[in-house]
Design a protein around this ligand. Structure first.
Ligand SMILES: *Cc1c(COP(=O)(O)O)cnc(C)c1O
Length: 465
């Protein structure tokens, strides 16, 4: 317990603020932030003093603490990280990295007013979808298109518009859950429609759908099983068969592609992922897919299909609640524009560029980062280069793995606690580095590291106890 004399030694608010160091903080951040910051620090010193013998910090010490507190409060908690997990489209790490043209487009539009919903020809109110519709229909071959906040929203508004208070048959093999928060049965319930499960988990036939159709059926729906695959004795009904069945009873056929790429992925050594254009060609009336999965753009849900159905979706009051903002709009417009030049697409869209990287290119970066990592961790861990496999992530081609190279970090003696501490030290770097822990080792998959400097230049900040 401290005596009253100790309390008397705590500097006054005025004394701290009038110090030279503190005055420069006042100049930088304003009097009000600094004063309340000093008060808070002094209050905590007082409360600590009442139950400990801790020394009273000097004015300089208090100002230094204040600077740290202000810095912390000043920096948004959302910040860039290096995703070295080996999952290219990592939902928790923000999925697709945007192409440079999309970023500069966003900066331009963010800075001031734009013709977001203004028709420059007529001088009257315009429709924000006009900025994107032609590009999307041009690529997909659909009659019409609209865009909402994400693909979950695209499915929600489609079902709510076309199937409210009616029934929707879906195959038992397609009742997917994506990322824990998107489940087809729950989305259907939220949309106000009733799910009618058809077929079995592994096999669903056309006759299962035929038998499920009644007066109450609003539409037929297919959901791309994007994060798992049913193997073995399986059977599902093609888009074409479902579209024909839907046509024969005059109801729409809706397909949720999930990732919905717009290019053939086979040049990357990946199997074919269904494209939006194929679904439209097969006769789908509505197709939904994400903007920030394999498309490589901003978070968005793209809905394409028949003119009358898209018009109905746009007229739903939910559209207003789920619409995209101007920054997403310009980013998506720029990304779609890149799709007009398939030859350079892969170079310009980071997601596709990462997928296309060869093992040799990845290994070259691994060899650059290895020596600095070895010396940064020499006392604590062994570091080497190993073969690994990256995955696409976000439910795209879940079973496909791309050969890659990783830095492997192994604590001196096997210890989970040490491994966690090393991983944490990397997460505390100025640009946090996120790897994946596998089998007692920390792996940094370098498929998504293009500039070794992004990692190496930070290593002097590595604070490992
Ligand atoms: C990813 C996915 C969704 C959800 O898309 P978000 O853009 O994450 O909202 C819906 N359906 C399928 C099949 C998916 O793969």
């Amino acid at each position: 317990m401290n005596s009253n004399r100790a309390f008397a030694q705590i500097p006054s608010v005025d004394r701290v603020i009038s110090s030279e160091a503190c005055q420069s903080l006042v100049a930088k951040y304003g009097r009000s932030i600094v004063t309340s910051g000093v008060r808070a620090i002094l209050a905590s010193i007082r409360s600590e003093l009442s139950h400990s013998d801790k020394a009273i910090p000097s004015v300089t010490g208090i100002v230094a603490l204040l600077q740290r507190n202000i810095d912390e409060a000043h920096h948004p908690s959302l910040k860039p990280v290096l995703n070295l997990t080996g999952t290219v489209l990592h939902t928790n790490l923000g999925r697709a990295s945007l192409p440079e043209v999309a970023i500069s487009g966003m900066v331009k539009i963010a800075r001031g007013p734009s013709n977001l919903e203004y028709d420059l020809e007529s001088g009257k109110r315009g429709d924000r979808d006009d900025h994107l519709e032609r590009a999307i229909t041009g690529i997909t071959g659909a009659e019409a298109a609209t865009v909402v906040n994400n693909n979950a929203a695209a499915v929600l508004i489609t079902l709510n518009t076309l199937a409210r208070e009616k029934e929707v048959p879906v195959s038992r093999g397609e009742l997917v859950e994506i990322g824990g928060s998107f489940r087809i049965p729950e989305i259907m319930q939220q949309s106000g429609c009733e799910l009618v499960e058809v077929g079995a988990t592994n096999r669903t036939h056309l006759k299962d759908y035929q038998q499920a159709i009644s007066e109450k059926t609003a539409l037929l729906m297919k959901v791309h099983t994007s994060n798992y695959e049913i193997k073995g004795f399986t059977s599902s009904v093609t888009d074409k068969e479902l579209a024909e069945l839907a046509d024969s009873v005059h109801i729409p056929f809706v397909t949720d592609l999930g990732s919905g790429t717009m290019v053939d992925l086979s040049p990357f050594g990946l199997p074919h992922e269904p494209t939006a254009q194929e679904a439209i060609q097969a006769g789908a009336h509505i197709v939904t897919f994400s903007g920030d999965k394999l498309l490589g753009g901003p978070q968005a849900g793209i809905i394409v299909g028949k003119k009358n159905l898209i018009a109905a979706i746009k007229a739903n009051p939910l559209k207003r609640a789920l619409r995209i903002d101007k920054m997403t709009m310009v980013a998506l417009a720029e990304v779609l524009n890149l799709y007009r030049d398939p030859d350079r697409l892969c170079e310009q869209v980071p997601t596709l560029r990462y997928l296309a990287r060869s093992v040799q290119q990845i290994e070259a970066v691994a060899k650059e980062v290895l020596p600095p990592l070895v010396s940064a961790l020499s006392d604590h861990a062994t570091v080497d280069i190993v073969d690994t496999q990256s995955q696409i992530g976000s439910g795209s081609l879940p079973l496909e793995l791309l050969p890659s190279k990783a830095i492997r970090i192994q604590p001196g003696k096997p210890s989970d606690q040490q491994l966690q501490q090393i991983a944490k030290a990397f997460r505390h770097l100025p640009t946090p580095v996120i790897g994946r822990i596998h089998d007692g080792k920390l792996l940094f998959d370098l498929r998504t590291l293009e500039q070794s400097a992004d990692l190496v230049e930070q290593l002097s900040h590595l604070d490992y106890p």
